[in-house]
Design a protein around this ligand. Sequence first.
Ligand code: GRF
Length: 205
Amino acid sequence: MINLAILISGRGSNMEAILRAVKKKKIPVTPTIVISNKPDAKGLKIAQKLGVKTAVVESAGIKGGRWEYDKKLVSVLEENNVTPKNGLVCLAGFMRIMSPEFIKHYRGRILNIHPAILPAFPGLHSQRQALEYGVKYSGCTVHFVDEGVDTGPIILQAVVEIKDNDTEESLSKRILRQEHKIYPQAVKLFAEGKIKTSGRKTIIS
Ligand code: GRF
């Protein structure tokens, strides 16, 4: 069984969607640990209520490069038996860019959810970017994490139509509903060994 770790920084609604699906035995993983880089992340309490172990690895005030912080993450993950052999690390609103060293360590075992149809609107405030650009459709993407920002192989996407009167808030809300569907689905596919990658492409069996 795969040992699942979820990394968060705030609200944790994607984390919750994944953990609820795991609890309902819809996804064959062991929900091992939720880690936040912010001590006041709301998602921590939700994880605890769902009976999942939590840890805070605080990022504020850490000196040095990204790896200085990520090293600490790796220690906590490995102490909890989330390893490159049996682990899956899901970034769910984790507001940090992972170091190349972390990505190398867990190569092919890190997923992220992004609130746009990649490769459109990577980075921050994707919903605002989509509205400002004037696209008629946006959505969300679950992808493997590689060394770039939101550039890894795409696993699943869901499309949301943009309405003339959408605000950043209303669009974010509609996209979030889709995020809560496709992120658990992607974790399930991974856990069942149904995702193969071939260069940039993933093939779902
Ligand atoms: C989501 O919109 C996700 O796509 C983005 O950050 C947000 C996190 O929300 N990466 P939550 O913490 O999962 O509620």
